[in-house]
Design a protein around this ligand. Structure first.
Ligand code: ZN
Length: 175
């Protein structure tokens, strides 16, 4: 199956705001399948459509240990949040960079399944972190945007240096 290309910063297409999914058709099912496969191949635990240059509001994730529980969230909306938690994050679109980001500890999310039906879930832990990270992608936001200007400059420098060294493989969880 088609493995999709993952956009990397500073690609301006990562800044696109996605539009709601309206057609729950075969094309959508194929996209979900391709995105899930691409996520696993890249050793990620989450992938937003924006990252593969499809500007629709959907994301896939799998935060299970065995990587055998793929999930899809279509037109996700956060209804409620609780607490704050800081977690080290990485991103398939920002290779090799990890940084602490503060997000809501618990969230209640409403979204649609592949068949268009609605569901609501309460999430915490890595599942909540991952969902918030992926939902940011859908509005053109990256986790490095949360860093201070000084830290962001350091990240940019590191990325430039890294590009010269090919074949680096990420070791940690990527969203
Ligand atoms: Zn990401």
């Amino acid at each position: 199956m088609a493995k999709l290309e993952i956009l990397e910063i500073p690609d301006p297409r990562l800044r696109t705001v996605a539009k709601p999914v309206e057609a729950f058709d075969d094309g959508l099912l194929q996209l979900i399948e391709d995105m899930t496969e691409t996520m696993y191949e890249a050793q990620g635990i989450g992938l937003a459509a924006t990252q593969v240059n499809v500007h629709k509001r959907l994301l896939v994730l799998d935060v299970s240990e065995a990587q055998d529980q793929p999930r899809v969230y279509i037109n996700p909306e956060i209804l409620e949040t609780e607490g704050r938690e800081t977690c080290e994050e990485g991103c398939l679109s920002v290779p090799g960079i990890y940084a602490e980001v503060s997000r809501a500890e618990k969230i209640t999310v409403k979204a649609q399944n592949a068949d268009g039906s609605f569901f609501e879930e309460e999430l915490d832990g890595m599942h909540a972190v991952c969902l918030q990270h992926e939902m940011d992608h859908l509005v053109g936001k990256l986790f490095v945007d949360y860093l201070s200007p000084l830290k962001r400059r350091m990240v940019t420098k590191k990325l430039e240096k890294q590009r010269k060294v090919s074949g680096q493989k990420p070791a940690k969880a990527l969203l």
